[in-house]
Design a protein around this ligand. Structure first.
Ligand SMILES: [Zn+2]
Ligand SMILES: [Zn+2]
Length: 211
């Protein structure tokens, strides 16, 4: 089966367009075939694949409980392939990516600072109601499970063990989380973000999170 160039009708093998890849025809036009990614339209909540420039946004989305794949050094082609295979919405800062890779559900993030990016994505995908803060490891994206004091004995400082009785453990990397003061501060900021939607930027909030 051939895919015709929209400019000159020359036909190309469909295999050239795997995972949304596009090519330049000898006539100068770009030829492509859009890949529909399952799960990115109407799948709730959406799962994401953040590109290499969006590491901090990925961590913030994970803190809100969203499933966000991220790798610091990943080529566009590999990103597109995995997003298609795993049914993930691509988040990117690269305006050229949706031209070079025709995959449904590529979102180009306009904001530059991580907290503004978070605000933008929460609004664009209407994520407010689906957020489950502090249910996912922000380092490796795996779900957290409750752990008792006895289960984390030896893995957290003694003063933390003495002061807290509710802990969570990452099911992948074993990192232990507890409701320390930094979590309370983040909770406040995230609540503000989720409640103030579309009511304008909160400068103080943004600055605090950039630190
Ligand atoms: Zn052509
Ligand atoms: Zn983890």
């Amino acid at each position: 089966m051939g895919v015709p160039c929209p400019g000159c009708d020359r036909e190309y093998d469909v295999a050239l367009f795997a995972f949304g890849r596009t090519i330049h025809c000898t006539c100068g036009r770009r030829v492509g075939l859009e890949v529909r990614v399952r799960g990115v339209d109407g799948g709730s909540p959406p799962r994401f694949f953040a590109d290499a420039m969006l590491g901090r946004l990925a961590r913030w989305l994970r803190i809100l409980g969203f499933d966000v794949a991220y790798e610091a050094h990943i080529a566009d082609g590999e990103l597109a392939r995995r997003a298609v295979e795993q049914g993930r919405q691509i988040l990117t800062r690269d305006r050229a990516l949706p031209l070079e890779w025709r995959v449904s559900g590529v979102y180009v993030v306009a904001a530059e600072r991580p907290f503004e990016q978070l605000r933008e994505v929460v609004e664009a995908f209407d994520l407010g109601g689906a957020a489950r803060p502090f249910t996912r490891c922000n380092r490796c994206n795996a779900p957290l499970v409750a752990a008792s004091r006895g289960e984390v004995d030896g893995q957290v400082p003694a003063r933390v063990l003495a002061r807290h009785d509710r802990f969570q453990r990452c099911t992948h990397c074993d990192r232990v989380y507890w409701a320390g003061s930094h979590i309370q501060r983040m909770e406040g900021l995230l609540e503000k973000l989720l409640s103030e939607r579309a009511s304008g930027p909160g400068e103080t909030t943004a600055r605090e999170l950039e630190r």
